[in-house]
Design a protein around this ligand. Structure first.
Ligand code: MN
Length: 426
């Protein structure tokens, strides 16, 4: 679906109101000595990977209520993300989940990706479910399993993921382990860590030198007494054990309520061990809600730490992989993803406005109020016109969700794919 001309037409409708709002924020920032076009350029350059598993309606263990027109295969998922990218110009890559998205014809897929201006950012392994053709079960764990044959099966699966990724020019393997225990005494903590480290070591050895392994952590679920990798400290210890191409992946929803995630992010960047991000929104746990929907101030404080470290030449952290990891139970998946991307960009834009010299001075002088007020002032600044301007300059839609609706894109997808089409994923 090429909607380039329609985007132009739709932008015309919003142009007058956009020009008014942009002029206001530009004047405000000029008075503070901020290079407005420099900020717009940074927003334009910020790209967020879309997960292939988030294009269908998600669900819970109680039910699933699909809205129709979901992509039926990997090709249609690529088309959906191509459409998103046309609209917002900020979603230029895809995270794949194996075995849900095993590429059958990599050469044709690469052509399709190229035609849509997309690439594959990372491949995600899946040892949290048993597949129909699988010899041994992951009921009691995968890379940590007490039985060496199960561990080997999980290692082989991860190596197969790397090979699928290589065929599509990906360079990142993301590992999230559901391994853990449900009851006290069930698992020997130290030995479970060691078996996991050894298994990850075998995968790491099989990984090409220019690849990165991202290790995700999560405090609970699906196991409720202990997870083998429950926190950033455990991820960090495994990365240290493996080598320089292993990095910690922070998923915003993988923390207990009130965890100071901004401090975790700052620490990991200080150690040069933050590899990437899974954006989503969280009220209680791994809720996978729209990014920025529940705790926008905390989300801003996290971005503030990220930008602070990215701007500091003494920080030796590799470039981060920005990814969304969400599930949509009650919204149109594409609309939800656009909302998340918009929230990410407006929040990133705010973090770019922080005067780091003034903030540092306030911190060094222990001027608590000045430091806090500086952040609160930036947080209260409406950056939507900056993001709209970035989209306009990049050839995207200034109001992507409004355009999606007024062009009747979902209705067209339902017409093409049917009301009952179901996407693979969670
Ligand atoms: Mn995640």
């Amino acid at each position: 679906m090429d909607i380039f001309n329609q985007i132009e037409e739709q932008n015309q409708k919003h142009q007058a109101s956009h020009a008014f709002q942009f002029q206001y924020i530009a004047e405000l920032l000029n008075r503070k000595g901020i290079d407005v076009q420099g900020v717009v350029d940074k927003i334009k350059a910020f790209q967020i990977a879309i997960p292939s598993w988030a294009l269908g309606t998600g669900g819970t263990r109680f039910g699933r209520f699909p809205g129709g027109g979901e992509p039926r295969n990997l090709e249609e998922k690529i088309e959906d993300i191509g459409l998103l990218h046309q609209l917002n110009r900020s979603s230029d890559s895809i995270s794949l989940h194996i075995p849900w998205d095993i590429p059958k014809d990599p050469i044709a897929l690469k052509q399709l990706l190229q035609a849509n201006g997309l690439s594959i950012d990372s491949v995600n392994s899946n040892t949290f479910q048993d597949q129909p053709d699988q010899a041994l079960s992951y009921k009691f764990g995968s890379l940590c399993h007490t039985d060496a044959r199960v561990r080997q099966q999980a290692i082989d699966h991860n190596i197969a993921c790397i090979q699928h990724g290589q065929a599509l020019d990906s360079k990142v393997l993301t590992v999230w382990l559901a391994d853990g225990s449900n009851f006290p005494g069930q698992q020997h903590f130290r030995r479970a860590w060691q078996r996991t480290a050894d298994s990850l070591g075998s995968i790491y050895q099989a990984m090409p030198e220019d690849w990165t392994m991202l290790i995700e952590y999560k405090p609970y679920e699906p196991n409720f007494y202990s997870m083998v990798i429950p926190d950033w400290g455990t991820s960090y210890s495994l990365c240290q054990h493996l080598g320089k191409n292993a990095q910690v992946l922070v998923d915003l929803g993988h923390h207990l309520p009130n965890t100071n995630i901004e401090q975790i992010v700052a620490r990991l960047m200080h150690f040069g061990r933050l590899g990437g991000f899974h954006f989503n929104g969280s009220m209680y746990g791994d809720d996978d809600l729209t990014t920025g929907s529940i705790k926008p101030y905390q989300f801003f404080l996290i971005f503030n730490e990220l930008v602070d470290a990215m701007n500091d030449p003494t920080v030796k952290n590799p470039p981060l992989a920005w990814m969304i990891d969400a599930s949509h139970n009650s919204k149109d998946p594409l609309e939800d993803l656009m909302q998340s991307v918009q929230n990410i960009l407006t929040t990133y834009a705010k973090a770019l406005l922080v005067d780091r010299v003034v903030l540092s001075a306030a911190q060094d002088n222990n001027d608590v109020l000045a430091a806090e007020e500086l952040l609160r002032d930036v947080f209260a600044t409406d950056t939507r016109a900056l993001v709209a301007e970035a989209a306009r300059q990049a050839g995207g839609a200034m109001e992507p969700i409004a355009v999606f609706r007024s062009l009747g894109i979902r209705e067209k997808l339902i017409e093409k794919r049917g009301q009952k089409s179901i996407a693979t994923g969670l």
